[in-house]
Write a protein that binds this ligand. Sequence first.
Ligand code: SF4
Ligand code: SF4
Length: 609
Amino acid sequence: MPLSLPILGEPQHFSLIEKLLFAAMAAASGYLFWRRFGMVLRKIFASKKDPNFKLFPLGKRVWDFFWEVLCEAKVIRERPLPGLAHAFVFWAFLAFALVTLNHCAVGLGIGFLSPDGSVGRFYFYVAAAFALACAVGILGLFIRRFLVRPKWLGEKLSWESGFIALLIFALMATYLAAFFVVDTSLPARALWWLHTLALLTFLPLIPHTKHLHLVLSPATIFLSRGTFAQIPPLKGDEDFGLVTGADLTQLVSLQAYSCVECGRCTEHCPAANTGKLLNPKEIILGVRAYLNDLGPASDQPLLGKYNSQEAVFQCTTCGACEFQCPVGIEHVPILVGLRRGAVNTGEWENDYGAKLFLALERGSNALGISPAERDKFIQKQALPIFDGTQEYCLWLGCMGGYDPKGREIIADFARVMNYLGTSYGVLRKEKCTGDPVRRLGNDLVFQQLAEANLEALAQNKVKKIVSICPHCVRTIQEDWKEYGTPPEIEHHSEFLARFAGKLARAADSGTAVEGFGLQPVHPTDPRKMGASAPEGQEKIVFHDPCYLGRYRNVYDEPRAVAALVGTVIEAPRNRERSFCCGARSHRRANRRHRLPLLQHHVPRRPFRH
Ligand code: SF4
Ligand code: SF4
């Protein structure tokens, strides 16, 4: 006997009264949707235009849209099970676009997909498969939110989310049930009306709830700045950063309204995880609340009632929040923008900040040490001075030039470069890249440092830079672009990884290479290049620095280098999920305040001396 599949039992004929009733309900639902959605759109468009925003080239935008929106790749990758459940719901929504259009058209007597025709029948079966997956997915999400209740979703139970989950489930259930009734029967008509009721109740709820992301997030992802944690330039002398509503840009407003309140950002935030006040989700919701209450033209401060200054300055700019966010919200520019506002208007009063700004304005490094100390170090290590003939400029940075541990790395790396026969030199005069002040929001000092360094590099005809510091690499490569064209730069792990073969042979020989500085490996110091450690003896856990991993996408190179001298094992949080060490750009400079996040003792007010 041939297998006979059930046919969608959708009523095809409605009375005039039914049609009028449906039209009135649909109009009311559409009006309620638009009343709120139109207001949100007006607030977004009334916000200030983003300086330097460029829509083109479109290639990356289209790819991100395809990968992150249509494939839901990020959502699934970062939280596989809930991500998949969410993806089922989203894909079902896409599949249901046509089903819903036809459903409404049928209600008005102008249906265009017939369950009896081969195209209609095929499409309805495909939609049924998605409906089944969606029903399972929404049930899973409901259980997670109301029974499992991960703390990142917030203490308060969201009944609104529960009601919406119920509506989505009802939409899917009524659609699937229609396959088991005859289109002319009373149950078919009842199912059609139940489906309609669920649909027309759901529609106006979208812009009134976090489900607004359904409509906005595709645009948010498509229009994102494109470079990870990119800090946009200030526009003119009157632009102080995010001070009041009038400073909120269209992208910031769009992102604020797109937040789905999933808490992924907070789950991965090192500050939130160590008991700080900072909660990146609340920062975004604070901006949204400001827009709702006061709008984008308001001259009320953004920091105060809606967001806390203390929280904003606790951010390490590690980018974990931005990396995790499934709807393309860019937290780092917002946090730095709020800091800019506080610093440029003199609202941020902080001893440590004031000392740092002064040290960088007057001197050349964030540690406030005399540059003569750097000269002494260069002489002691006999580091060659860059004279325009060498291939690389070895960038010391504040840590490499002044900090004892940083100096050790520079000395070791210089020995390896010598061994490899790579020509290099250090700048006679080098200033801090400005990374700490850039992230803290002091653009004036940052500009001075960036311009002075760019000039020195141009005068010395530097073409390539290698640096031991991921922050220097990022700042030189990306942030300096605002003031000129920086030379090519790479992190020393990228440089070393290219020579892994040669270095491995040196390591295998088991002997120090006379005159080239390679030393036999020290059993407790795997950084020393030289003899290989007996297999399994030396275990190395590589901590991915935020500015090398998430910011630069460099994960394999440092592991390849570390593997030359031991066995690399992975920490539970590794690669793009690496947990910030807490040093943060502006805090590395202050040894008393470094690494607070990885310490067991977590100071509540980390900026206080
Ligand atoms: S950048 Fe890092 S520290 Fe700052 S809010 Fe995001 S996750 Fe938290
Ligand atoms: S900002 Fe992004 S990651 Fe954070 S709660 Fe909102 S949608 Fe989720």
